[in-house]
Design a protein. Structure first.
Lengths: 523, 549
């Protein structure tokens, strides 16, 4: 038996989480280093997965399959396609930066009793989330996926509710109330989505008799598994609802600004750049493969919702006074693009959407983490409390600018490639929607540049005048992310090579061909 | 007139005296029940003859040994095939020995062992007058607040009678899911109910509330028993027999011979429907299904917490076992009549329990309403009327009972000057002060909420799957909706424990003896094992899923 690489990639952070939690209370720094090392080791494993993966090989590679719960028809089945590989790499890449950026976020306040061990808990929970996200990217058994899709809510919930942003405008009590409100809202939205999905998962079992993605998709493709049209549609809606909450798609998005606003910047990155990707990923992997006909049936409605997300998210981002909520609404707008790309049902759209997931992860991480450093320095999340930072802390301002430009998809930075592909892919099939979506870019320019202008330029506010520039730890976080943004913006080929074959497969699952002019035909 | 002729005036002629056949009792197959009931009798003798000082130790010893022996007997019976191939009817048709019966008896016995552990806990309350005290009144007969009560406390009396009472209750519960005729069903019902009524009344603290709970439970329980009994009478009128098999045959129409004494009523469907409904009503009362749930919150709140935990777990197991047998063995011919009604009950139970729980401010009442919602989930599996339905219910019951006992055991630990601090506001910030206890309780709450990787999820999935396969998809939808509602209040408690600042005058967490610790540890272990690797236990429940007729 070969080495279970995929299991190891998910199990390593899980074991690391337990080990981190077990570090004695007094050895706080040791727990941090342990968590960082584990996340780096996981990154190494993810790179091995990336290298071992052969883009032109089988659809699912590095597969593992073991019997698990026979009575439920559940198997422990793992396997990765190009899309999963890219997202696992993204997750494993971002976690070390999240840990490093949150290095001091969970240092205990002096008012708390000594038995309360927030530091160990904080880093253990981050690693726990990483493990669950990675295994849900790997799972090719619907039930296995569902279990971790749901279970990851619990550590996320404690991260949001237990480790709030200390830069809160109101009193401590007010902050705590806001924070637990955000955590509960996050959990209830996602749990409700997950439970609806549970009904659909059970329904799928009743119809198909097992949970294996490959078996069901194959049976669907060769016609041996026939679903009544209505059954398929209901099941699709059950799955899609859960993913749309997670992604989040308008009008199920309202938990995201609360959750991102109240949590620390690294946790906000974890939410939007890592956890939410499971939602969009699952749309590609489960909705389209299991329910191709229903997916096509629902496409117009979903595209309209995605369009609303793009424009509405961008408009609300323009109106935000709070930096983190602004990034949250910007993310909602970007998730609209991703979902639009997936359901445009063209290969440009879908590979654009996959690239978008990766690029959005990197660019949001860059912007949000720098914003986090900024907020920690000043102790306020309000845009109005800043001004003239670039004169005081030029490096901070510069990295913030690059993060902002990536968010507005400036050509030359990675998000441009993906946004362009999504728009082209959508336009090829739905020109009107593609045109309207383009306004999302214009609004993105507005909210990011206005954010930069108000915080970084202008006269130096007295409260900002003594602001220190980025420290070494912070530079270590930001510099690689920016380098990646530039690299993937100029040379996205390594990523597209991995992703494209998987996208082609998905397209054939839904029996869709690209509209003319076809890229393949043009070659 | 000859002597013989005279004699014949007042005797019937010539039949020799009929020999009464000695009933043929399969002692081996009935041994679990016999051991427990026997130990209960021994316990009573212990109360009478053993000096007061050593009673506690003797009672705990007798109870644990008896339950362990009974469990060993159950395992022995199951291992020698009585759950599957050798399943049969014992004790002249009164008791069934089959898979479901043995599975449920095993579950009840394990819950009983943990129950004894929590009953025997004596380190939570501060030492009174040099004596360690448990959760039970010093002298149940003395009026609360009276001089005699004070004297009893001062003398260090303890109500060690709770152990034989517990054993009697367990004995009744062992028979209840195995009862194979209606009279045995009724007697088992009374045998386990009466000790429970008593146990509810003997709390050491908040005695008035405890007694009130007992009176409520007793009155409503007696009412429900009367319903059951009346239903049994009607069913007898319908079938001419109280045996499950005969009633089932009359329902199916396979028995045509009419008992001349009952010629007027036999086969009358009105009697069957009304009688069947009344018997089922009595059972639904015991499982706490809406609209027969009114007693649950008051009794759960008032009873001593160890009793609540045991009762919540074991009563539910026993009563659902009896309900399953009744519906699957006696009334399958009536499926199309009872299914819609039971579906309605399941829907209102799930929704009612989940919705009302939201407004609760007392942790014990909250768990009471949560138990109502869970009764609804289990009913969804009952309604499936497939072998999968039976095994899913068995699995759910086993999973649920360990979570419940564990959760109530944690409740006993959180205390302030007035005893257990059950008001939710007092739990604020518990996670900051006692992270381990709060984390353990959070595990139980997540299991109640049915979060994956806990036994609650596996159980919920099993019953919903069975219901969906049995054609009750609507129940699954209602089930997931009420799960979402229920998640809200479980999570609210977690929020309170972890995200709220501790109160300065908040409760302390008592350090329990190894007894309670064992109960909690077993609860956590079972919760996680059944969540991560449920296959073995699903197999066990699957093999046990066939009723003998």
């Amino acid at each position: 038996m070969s080495f279970p690489l995929l299991t190891a990639t998910a199990a390593l952070p899980a074991i690391g989480a337990i080990a981190t939690a077990a570090v004695p209370a007094a050895r706080r720094t040791a727990a941090k280093w342990l968590a960082l090392l584990v996340s780096l080791a996981t990154l190494v494993l993810a790179v091995v997965v990336l290298v071992r993966f052969d883009p032109d090989g089988d659809r699912y590679q590095l597969t593992e399959s073991h019997s698990w719960i026979k009575d439920f028809g559940v198997r422990y089945e793992l396997g990765v396609d190009g899309i999963a590989v890219a997202l696992i790499a993204l997750t494993a890449l971002l976690i070390p930066f999240v840990i490093l950026a949150g290095w001091h976020d969970a240092d205990p306040l002096e008012t708390r009793s000594s038995r309360w061990r927030p530091t160990q808990g904080f880093f253990a929970l981050i690693l726990g989330v990483e493990a669950m996200v990675i295994i849900s990217f790997e799972a090719t058994d619907v039930f296995l996926f569902y279990i971790f899709f749901e279970a990851m809510l619990i550590p996320m919930y404690f991260l949001i509710g237990g480790f709030g942003d200390r830069a809160h405008a109101g009193s401590d009590e007010h902050a705590a109330a806001q924070r637990s409100y955000a955590a509960v809202k996050f959990l209830l939205y996602n749990l409700a989505g997950g439970l609806i999905m549970l009904a659909a998962v059970i329904g799928l079992y009743v119809v198909a008799g097992n949970f294996s993605l490959q078996e069901i998709a194959e049976a669907r493709a060769n016609g041996s598994l026939d679903m009544a049209t209505n059954t398929e549609r209901w099941l699709f809606l059950g799955f899609f609802f859960a993913f749309a909450v997670k992604a989040p798609l308008w009008p199920l998005h309202t938990w995201l600004p609360n959750a991102m606003g109240e949590s620390t910047a690294p946790v906000a990155v974890l939410i939007t750049a890592v956890v939410d990707k499971v939602g969009t990923f699952a749309m590609l992997r489960f909705c389209l493969q299991l329910f191709p006909e229903a997916s096509k049936w629902a496409t117009p409605a979903i595209l309209v919702l995605a369009l609303i997300s793009i424009v509405y998210g961008a408009l609300l981002a323009v109106g935000q006074r709070d930096i983190k909520r602004l990034v949250a609404y910007a993310s909602i707008s970007h998730f609209g693009f991703i979902i639009m790309g997936i359901f445009a049902m063209t290969s440009q759209g879908q590979s654009g959407a996959t690239l978008y997931m990766v690029n959005h992860g990197i660019s949001t991480a860059a912007l949000m983490l720098v914003a986090g450093f900024l907020i920690t320095r000043r102790g306020s999340r309000l845009i109005a409390d800043y001004g003239g930072v670039q004169k005081v802390a030029p490096v901070l301002a510069g990295t913030f600018l690059i993060g902002s430009l990536a968010t507005l998809s400036l050509p030359g930075l990675a998000p441009f490639v993906s946004e362009f592909l999504v728009l082209v892919g959508t336009f090829a099939r739905y020109p009107v929607i593609g045109i309207i979506a383009t306004f999302g870019i214009v609004l993105a320019a507005l909210y990011t540049l206005v954010l930069y202008q108000r915080t970084m330029t202008g006269p130096v506010k007295p409260e900002v005048s003594a602001m220190p520039d980025l420290k070494v730890r912070e530079l270590v976080v930001v510099a690689p992310l920016i380098a990646l943004l530039i690299f993937l913006g100029v040379y996205p080929k390594p990523l597209t090579d991995i992703v494209n074959p998987a996208v082609k497969q998905t397209m054939s699952d839904v029996h869709k061909k690209d509209p003319k002019p076809d890229v393949e035909a043009a070659k | 007139m000859s002597a013989t002729a005279v004699h014949s005036l007042w005797t019937t002629a010539a039949d020799p005296i009929q020999k009464i056949d000695a009933p043929n009792i399969e002692y081996g197959q009935l041994s679990p029940t016999l051991i427990v009931i026997g130990a209960a009798v021994v316990g009573i003798l212990v109360e009478a003859f053993v000096p007061r000082r050593s009673r506690y130790y003797v009672q705990v010893f007798v109870s644990v040994v008896a339950l362990a022996a009974a469990f060993a007997a159950v395992v022995g019976l199951a291992a020698s095939g009585y759950g599957t191939t050798k399943a049969g009817i014992a004790a002249m048709g009164a008791v069934a020995v089959d898979g479901p019966a043995l599975f449920l008896q095993g579950t009840i016995l394990l819950a009983g062992v943990l129950g004894v552990f929590t009953f025997a806990e004596r380190r939570l309350d501060p030492v009174a007058h040099g004596n360690r005290v448990d959760s039970f009144a010093a002298q149940a007969a003395s009026v609360p607040g009276s001089d005699s009560e004070k004297a009893a406390v001062k003398a260090g009396f303890t109500t060690t009678e709770v152990f034989p009472l517990l054993l009697f209750a367990i004995g009744g519960m062992l028979v209840f899911p195995a009862a194979n005729d209606l009279l045995t069903l009724f007697i088992a019902l009374e045998v386990f109910s009466l000790p429970l009524y008593l146990l509810c009344a003997v709390a050491r603290r908040k005695r008035i509330m405890s007694q009130e709970a007992a009176v409520k439970y007793f009155l409503l329980g007696a009412f429900a028993s009367a319903f059951t009994l009346f239903g049994i009478a009607l069913l007898y009128g319908y079938a001419g027999s109280v045996s499950y098999a005969t009633v089932a045959q009359v329902v199916d129409g396979t028995v045509q011979t009419v008992n001349p004494a009952l010629a007027g009523t036999m086969g009358n469907d009105a009697l069957l429907l009304i009688g069947g409904a009344m018997v089922v009503m009595g059972l639904l009362f015991k499982v706490g299904a809406v609209p027969f749930h009114m007693w649950t919150p008051d009794v759960y709140q008032g009873a001593p917490t160890p009793v609540t935990g045991f009762m919540a777990a074991a009563t539910k197991v026993a009563a659902f076992g009896a309900l399953l047998r009744l519906l699957y063995v006696v009334l399958p011919g009536l499926r199309w009549d009872w299914r819609p009604v039971m579906m309605g009950v399941a829907v209102v139970t799930m929704l009612g329990g989940a919705i009302v729980a939201i407004t609760q401010t007392d942790i014990k009442r909250l768990l009471a309403y949560s138990s109502i919602a869970h009764a609804g989930f289990i009913l969804a599996g009952v309604i499936a009327t497939t072998p999968d339905g039976v095994s899913s219910v068995l699995f759910y019951l086993a999973a649920y009972s360990f979570v419940t006992i564990g959760a109530f055991a944690v409740v006993t630990l959180v205390r302030d000057a007035g005893g257990e601090a059950t008001h939710l506001s007092k739990w604020a910030g518990l996670g900051r002060r006692s992270p381990l206890v709060a984390a353990v309780f959070a595990v139980f709450l997540l299991a109640f909420a049915g979060i994956p990787l806990t036994s609650g999820f596996a159980g919920k999935f099993a019953v919903f799957k069975a219901a969906a396969e049995g054609g009750a998809s609507a129940l699954v939808v209602v089930g997931v909706i009420s799960s979402a509602i229920a998640a809200f209040f479980y999570i609210r408690v977690i929020v309170l424990m972890f995200f709220s600042e501790p109160r300065p005058e908040g409760p302390t967490v008592a350090v329990p003896s190894p007894l309670t610790m064992t109960a909690i540890a077993v609860g956590v272990a079972v919760t996680l094992v059944l969540g991560v690797a449920p296959q073995y236990f699903l197999d066990l429940a699957g093999q046990a899923g066939v009723f003998v007729r």
